[in-house]
Design a protein around this ligand. Structure first.
Ligand code: HXC
Length: 258
């Protein structure tokens, strides 16, 4: 598949890297960009040789938000019918681990894309924020819902109601990012984390991701029930037998996603 707004590479075994490539607009996410990201994830989802995906921007910006010029041309009906929500949903539905490597500006829809990732590795230069309020709108791609789940009510309220910017150290302290590293190490570290994760059993990864996300969707009892069902299901997989056999035989497991 060919893309205009993203580059897709395979930098390591079982790892796919999607780089947003619109540097002239700080990687602003026009509808086409979102569609291409969702398309690339669909390809990665169907490819058994991909175990995890890293998404990044460049050194200046992960993504500076929705493309404000495109937004300006859309009225209410245009926003409604833009197809953007469907693309966001496709991204959220991606079943494999999705790791964000964040450098520079990560604002608005860019921050929402980061929040849609399973975990974030941030460079010390990363700047997070939901500045939509300053445009007379609100985060409309999951920002109000995912941010509050990530950082809690007080800080999410402060971020969304003020539009303030948050540096990487604060983002890490607040639980928005998993690790902060020197700016030039964010992508290498994210690729390293992805490669480590991607070596695990694919079915277990998918089940674990789904079960963890269920914590945001269900009461504890239902979440625990889902977790138990996943465990029972995985116990029927070949990879589970392989994992246990490899441990007992003191060798590295060879997982096949079966
Ligand atoms: C379109 C953008 C853009 C954006 C930057 N550019 N962000 N174009 N949409 N979100 C463009 C600028 O217009 C400019 O184009 C070029 O990128 C470089 O930007 P500068 O401002 O000159 O660069 P810099 O001084 O480095 O400042 C970077 C920045 C600033 C801090 C990221 O550009 C900025 O504040 N951008 C807007 C951030 C924002 O409000 N995001 C939220 C968007 S709303 P020219 O042609 O002048 O070179 C949103 C809603 C989501 O995301 C809700 C879902 C529907």
């Amino acid at each position: 598949m060919t893309y205009d707004d993203i580059d897709v590479t395979r930098p390591a075994e079982r790892v796919c890297h999607i780089r947003i490539n619109r540097p002239e607009v700080r990687n602003a996410l026009r509808t086409q960009t979102l569609t291409e990201i969702a398309d690339a994830l669909a390809v990665a989802a169907a490819d058994e040789t991909v175990g995890a995906v890293v998404i990044s921007g460049d050194s200046k910006a992960f993504a500076a938000g929705a493309d404000i010029r495109e937004m300006a041309s859309l009225g209410a009906v245009g926003v409604w019918r833009s197809g953007r929500p469907a693309q966001w949903q496709r991204i959220a539905d991606f079943e494999k681990p999705l790791i964000g490597a964040v450098n520079g500006y990560c604002l608005g829809g860019g921050c929402e894309l980061a929040l849609a990732c399973d975990l974030l590795i941030a460079g010390e230069d990363a700047v997070f924020g939901q500045p939509e309020i300053k445009l007379g709108i609100l985060p409309g791609a999951g920002g109000t819902q995912r941010l509050i789940r990530a950082v809690g009510k007080a800080f999410a309220m402060q971020m969304v109601l003020s539009g303030m910017r948050v540096d990487a150290a604060t983002a890490e302290r607040r639980g928005l990012v998993a690790e902060t590293v020197p700016a030039d190490k964010a992508l290498p570290r994210a690729l390293e984390v992805a490669a480590d994760i991607a070596g695990n059993a694919p079915l277990a990864l998918a089940a674990a991701k789904k079960a963890l996300n269920q914590a945001f969707e269900t009461p504890l009892s239902a979440g625990l029930d889902f977790e138990r069902q996943c465990l029972a299901l995985l116990s029927a997989s070949e990879d589970r037998n392989e994992g246990i056999a490899a441990f007992l035989e003191k060798r590295k497991p060879v997982f096949r996603g079966r």
